[in-house]
Design a protein around this ligand. Structure first.
Ligand code: ADP
Ligand code: ZN
Ligand code: ZN
Length: 744
């Protein structure tokens, strides 16, 4: 039966989102009235006719009948940027199983946004007059103000750093801003970048870059006159590191601007440096703006407003920039599309690449993905013909890829070398350092929490049912996160009998000690979560390494991302296969990506590079293909494995994640869901497993459990999700349990 009432919101910019108004849907409009559509409604005491958006439907209302007004009309809703974003929200709420309100809060630029972290920069309005101003303050015994001015004499400072340095509170700084003596801003930095950056003429494309651009334009029909808003296939640009993907993006952005359209460029937060933004500013000047997670809600809103009004035409930013409300969006670029930061951890747990394709559909915009190591799901879509695949296979300037050697750590152990450095890596470090090159050592920490391996033979303790590694829990049990299988900790290796079987506990700090002993003359920098507290630490370390202030940089995955160090000639990947041990079907994919990206760091300058991959699994395809940067070889093996196991993208996977402070209640609830799945799916087509403890079984006193449901057809999973959602809504027993759905 069609529902008779619609919940309508009118001001989609405000917090009012939470308080929708109820309207009656006239019989003839019930067919068209769906969540996300826009409607004309009579509003207020004199029934002014305005536009609203439907966020939900219902059969009954608690309001007295005579108080409810009728909808005037249902309109398509796609005329405005907001209307199209509401449509996107409706799709997201359905696709990812969240409420419409939450989906709208994710996609719409709300005037007030809670929880955003601010980082502001303070500068003097008149730097030249600083000294005399400070003296004046000192004479008047305005010591705090004097200290602020003194601290800013050397240049603008981060607000919080300034508070510390000058021992003042934010209110004193704000007071000075009120007097016009200092300026507090974030966008200030951007303006400076724009002013200082000289606009540069476009790069002359290499032949292969030009070919790629032409192939993409042909696909999108941009070279001929067909400029309708037809559906266009998304394009995956696979280009090895340094091949000039950014140059291709820039060309296509220029096309969009020429058509009078706007473009969004998504870049993973970690690679979103001034360097990166500058490359777009140099080409497009002040038509470029950018977002980052440290903008406050208000600043973010201002950026969105500028986009909405056409003041800017190119928005560069992390995941959330995807929702920039451009009036005529022409192109969405997702750089490093394989990055995990494109998966949202918050409800709706959306995947930016997928949402980008949907937004492209709604807006009639083109979508371009780029990566040196594409995600298996995108590469699979090229194979199925849903995406067009194009590639750049050589580095700009004819630079060669590094020569790579693989060190088998099992034989190192047999030969009596128990160090974290293999003989070959040590030798190469000596010769590269002697030759004046820099060395990067990359410690793959992924998967090292909890995985149990044998140090002698490399054996990894796996689940007998699931082909994923078991994880050690503090209660001394080894547990499978997929099926819940449990077994006590092992005393010796079932493969070789060695007693050296344990969780791996090498950290960057230990590596630093070991390397320091082996190379006492070398200057070493370490970069990990401990040394990079605050964004400043991060860029300070990278800068000092780039400036040649150190010979060796040791770090976790954060050092393999997006930075160009022309003097690095040798990259060592310590324990390359650790990420293979993760209890996740994507562990091979991550391992390939980490290795290929790390290897790609070497030899980006004049001198050719080398790489050494240390591993316990020298024969694993993710390791051999990663070392050779041979994506095709990796993909062939990986997709065969996914098909065999019916893992995504060959099959769909729905994770039903429950959390509750009450473990027993959670377990009961999850068992009920499992049984309910059995009822709606008596033939077992949904292949449900669990409930099992989530990969982190308890967070802040919330217990977490998960049920996985697999099926080759995504629609089946969406249907199952809908039914489970209804089941949960109808049962009071779930009131104390928080359930989230995650599609993969
Ligand atoms: P990717 O994004 O694929 O890693 P980049 O776009 O960063 O590659 O290009 C690598 C380097 O080569 C950059 O310093 C870039 O400026 C330079 N480069 C690439 N193509 C050209 C070109 N056609 N003309 C001039 N410089 C180029
Ligand atoms: Zn062993
Ligand atoms: Zn298992």
């Amino acid at each position: 039966m069609k529902k008779c009432y619609a919940q309508v919101i009118v001001d989609i910019e405000a917090e009012e989102l939470d308080r929708p108004f109820t309207y009656r849907i006239p019989e003839e409009m019930r067919e068209d009235c769906v969540p996300g559509c826009s409607v004309r409604i009579p509003f207020g005491r004199n029934n002014r006719e305005i536009q609203g958006y439907v966020i939900g439907l219902s059969d009954e209302s608690t309001l007295p009948e005579e108080k409810i007004k009728n909808l005037l009309a249902v309109t398509a809703g796609g005329e405005t940027a907001e209307g199209r974003l509401v449509q996107l929200a409706a799709w997201m709420s359905r696709r990812y199983g969240s409420t419409m309100i939450r989906a709208m809060k994710t996609v719409l630029p709300l005037r007030k946004k809670v929880g955003a972290v601010t980082e502001r920069t303070v500068s003097l309005t008149d730097p030249a007059g600083a000294a005399s101003l400070a003296e004046t303050f000192e004479k008047k015994h305005f010591v705090a103000k004097a200290r602020i001015v003194r601290a800013l004499e050397s240049g603008p400072k981060d607000m919080r750093a300034l508070e510390k340095e000058a021992h003042v509170s934010a209110s004193v700084i704000r007071a000075l801003a009120g007097e016009g003596i200092v300026k507090i801003s974030v966008t200030e930095i951007l303006r400076r970048v724009t002013e200082e950056a000289e606009m540069c003429p476009p790069d002359v494309l290499t032949d292969s870059q030009a070919e790629v651009c032409e192939a993409i334009r042909r696909e999108w029909g941009d070279s001929c006159e067909s400029r309708g808003r037809a559906l266009r296939r998304p394009v995956l640009l696979q280009g090895i590191t340094g091949s000039g993907k950014t140059v291709v993006y820039t060309e296509l952005i220029a096309d969009a601007l020429e058509r009078g359209e706007q473009a969004i460029v998504l870049i993973p937060e970690i690679a979103l440096t001034w360097q990166t933004v500058l490359r777009f500013v140099r080409r497009f000047g002040d038509r470029v703006s950018f977002l980052h997670s440290r903008l406050s809600g208000g600043e973010r809103y201002d950026q969105m407003k500028a986009a909405r009004s056409g003041d800017v035409s190119v928005m560069v930013g992390p995941r959330s920039a995807l929702f920039t409300p451009f009036p005529k969006l022409g192109l969405i670029v997702i750089d490093e599309e394989h990055e995990e930061s494109y998966h949202s951890e918050l409800m709706p747990r959306y995947y930016a690449a997928e949402v980008a394709v949907k937004r492209g559909e709604i807006e009639g915009a083109r979508v371009l993905f780029g990566s040196a190591t594409p995600s298996v799901r995108s590469a699979y879509q090229v194979k199925t013909g849903d995406f067009l695949g194009v590639s750049l296979s050589s580095r700009f300037g004819g630079r060669s890829l590094p020569q790579t050697s693989i060190a088998d750590m099992r034989s190192e152990m047999k030969n009596g070398n128990r160090s974290i450095l293999s003989d070959i890596l040590r030798e190469k470090m000596e010769s590269h350092l002697a030759g004046g090159g820099q060395v990067m050592l990359f410690l793959n920490r992924r998967g090292y929490a909890g995985a149990v391996t044998c140090r002698s033979c490399g054996y990894v303790v796996k689940c007998p049912h699931c082909d994923v590694s078991l994880t050690r829990h503090s209660n001394g049990m080894l547990i499978c996160h997929y099926c819940g299988y449990e077994t006590p900790e092992l005393k010796s290796c079932p493969e070789c009998g060695s007693k050296h079987i344990s969780g791996i506990t090498v950290g960057t700090q230990q590596v630093e000690e070991i390397v320091g002993k082996a190379f006492p003359a070398a200057r070493i920098l370490r970069m990990d979560l401990d040394t990079t507290r605050g964004k400043e630490g991060h860029s300070r370390i990278l800068k000092s390494f780039a400036d040649g202030e150190a010979d060796i940089l040791i770090g976790t995955q954060m050092i393999v991302k997006g930075h160009d160090f022309p003097r690095v000639t040798l990259v060592g990947v310590l324990l390359a296969d650790l990420s293979l041990n993760e209890s996740d079907y994507r562990s091979g994919e991550r391992t390939y990506q980490l290795i290929a990206q790390a290897v790609g760091r070497a030899g980006r300058g004049e001198r050719p590079g080398e790489a050494v991959i240390q591993t316990y699994s020298p024969e694993h395809y993710a390791v051999t293909a990663g070392a050779a940067q041979d994506y095709e070889a990796f993909f062939r093996e990986e997709i065969a494995f996914r098909k065999l196991m019916q893992y995504p993208p060959a099959g769909g996977l729905l994770a039903i994640m429950g959390s509750s402070p009450d473990e027993e209640l959670l377990d009961t609830g999850m068992q009920y869901i499992r049984r309910y799945i059995g009822r709606i799916d008596p033939e077992g087509k949904l292949m449900a497993i669990g409930p099992a403890p989530a990969s982190v079984g308890k967070v802040r006193d919330q217990y977490r459990k998960v049920i996985y449901v697999r099926n080759t057809r995504k629609e089946q999973l969406i249907r199952a999700k809908d039914m489970i959602e209804e089941y949960i809504a109808l049962n009071r027993g779930f009131d104390e349990i928080h359930i989230m759905f995650d599609f993969q």
